[in-house]
Design a protein around this ligand. Structure first.
Ligand SMILES: Cc1ncc(COP(=O)(O)O)c(C=O)c1O
Length: 469
């Protein structure tokens, strides 16, 4: 029998689509960008003394192994073998060449995407949930508290808690709790407890509910609630799904795999795109490529690295680079980052994982150094991009991931206008199977391009803590 390649339009489907690594090729260490930064990160400050915090200040919230990773400047940090053993269930994650999307856009660009939706939770979040739970279990911790915006992080930590016998309490931002009841059911399936935030379980939650009983919640408020509970008990710690250096570190496995997979494909990206809420999946795809550039000196390939955020919560593009709290009730240390102000409540758009007032200090620092670019889009444009992607590639992206899809499509269309066949890589950080109400709202024209309240933003920025330069 003669094999005849199947054609869709001009695209030969027999051309390679998936670039897969074996389990043995999974990276053995995380890459730490702090080792290669041209200028070190500004210190994290104690809000009372305004002096740099030490490991002991963080010890009530995190186990020492994670605190050490937080401040480490070692270039590579070993991934513990038991963590790699669990990762084998879905890692290495596939890299795809989006041939049908290229065809649909009529672009000469080559588009690749790394797909993190293959994890049990449906996103990149287990890449850090598993090691965080493991290091906590090693330190004898019995309970973890956390926040969740999209529900992806809460699901991931609940999954990790089930694997290591750790109790998990999740504070799910109220709008997300109402929009996605099945996320809560998944967390409960893994044995976790999930409440809507603001809640009556904490002082910070009760104070907010007293002022506004129908408060939609925010990641800043949910973080306050989780931190408050963790600080009260010896056997309980707090786990954060993004922002902190050690969380970004854990996600670098994404970019490290992508470097090896693109080598298999014989390509090297000119543009790397990721969506940004707190910055972890963006860091995951981008930092290993940035590291190559920083270590390579003047002769190294300069790639454009583009962070995409929601126009309704634009911390990187509209926020102030200043010291601020990571939470609304001001229970965390002060970090220098792009911020909209810790009391700012973003409007209730559908990409709940991107509704955070700040940005990872490491990502903010790179923006200040001119090593990355940032851009913002409204949700309708992102859903339109997500639908175009789904109709070509078959995968329905999470609303957060749609921001990266939009960024990549814009780059591909620019290549078309300029007649350039650049290589574009983006991180498809999660699937949208629990987000179909958002897609239904988009199809029925109910999705609004919400604008943040300028006066609330001005007020939140006016309330930034004053820290001498
Ligand atoms: C699918 C998905 N993408 C992105 C994000 C944003 O977080 P980060 O910027 O840390 O990747 C979230 C957060 O919950 C998410 O669930």
């Amino acid at each position: 029998m003669v094999f005849r390649p199947f054609h869709v339009g001009r695209c030969r489907v027999s051309d390679q689509i998936k670039f897969l690594l074996s389990e043995d090729q999974m990276p053995k260490a995380w890459y730490n960008l702090a080792a290669d930064l041209p200028v070190p990160l500004p210190a994290v400050l104690h809000p009372g003394t305004l002096q740099p915090v030490g490991p002991d200040d963080l010890a009530p919230l995190f186990p020492m192994a994670l605190i050490q990773q937080e401040v480490s400047t070692e270039r590579y940090i070993d991934i513990p073998e038991p963590v790699r053993q669990i990762f084998r269930q879905w890692r290495p994650a596939p890299l795809y060449r989006a041939r049908r999307l290229e065809e649909a856009l009529g672009t000469p660009a080559k588009i690749y995407y790394k797909y993190e939706g293959v994890s049990p939770a449906g996103s990149h979040k287990p890449n850090t949930a598993i090691p965080q739970a493991w290091f906590n279990r090693e330190a004898g911790i019995r309970k973890l508290t956390t926040e969740t915006g999209a529900g992806q992080w809460g699901t991931s930590l609940s999954f990790a808690g089930a694997l290591f016998g750790i109790e998990v309490q999740v504070f799910q931002v109220r709008v997300s709790y109402d929009q996605k009841p099945y996320r809560r059911a998944v967390m409960e399936t893994y044995g976790a407890q999930c409440v809507a935030s603001p809640s009556n379980l904490t002082q910070s939650g009760r104070a907010i509910l007293a002022q506004r009983p129908d408060h939609p919640g925010s990641l800043g408020i949910a973080i306050s609630e989780a931190v408050e509970l963790a600080a009260q008990r010896e056997d309980t710690k707090y786990a954060l799904g993004s922002v902190l250096n050690h969380v970004l570190l854990h996600q670098t496995i994404i970019g490290e795999e992508a470097i090896a997979q693109l080598e298999m494909a014989g390509d090297d990206p000119d543009v790397v795109v990721g969506c940004t809420g707190g910055g972890s999946n963006f860091a995951g795809i981008a930092f290993p490529f940035l590291g190559l550039q920083l270590r390579g000196g003047a002769s190294a390939k300069k790639r454009r690295i583009v962070a995409v955020e929601p126009a309704a919560c634009p911390s990187l593009t509209r926020g102030k680079y200043a010291y601020d709290f990571g939470d609304t009730a001001h229970l965390t240390p002060l970090t220098k980052m792009h911020t909209l102000g810790s009391t700012f409540t973003p409007p209730g758009f559908h990409a709940g994982g991107l509704r955070y007032h700040g940005m990872a200090p490491m990502v903010s620092h790179l923006k200040e150094l001119g090593l990355i670019e940032a851009t913002a889009y409204h949700q309708n444009a992102c859903f339109e991009a997500g639908v175009t992607f789904a109709r070509a590639e078959g995968i329905v992206p999470a609303p957060e991931a749609n921001h990266a899809v939009k960024g990549a499509i814009e780059e591909a269309l620019r290549c078309k206008r300029e007649g350039r066949s650049e290589v574009i890589l983006f991180n498809l950080c999660g699937h949208g199977h629990f987000d179909m109400q958002a897609y239904s709202d988009y199809f029925s024209g109910k999705l609004q391009d919400l604008n943040y309240d300028e006066s609330e933003l001005a007020m939140a920025l006016a309330g930034l803590p004053s820290v001498p330069a």
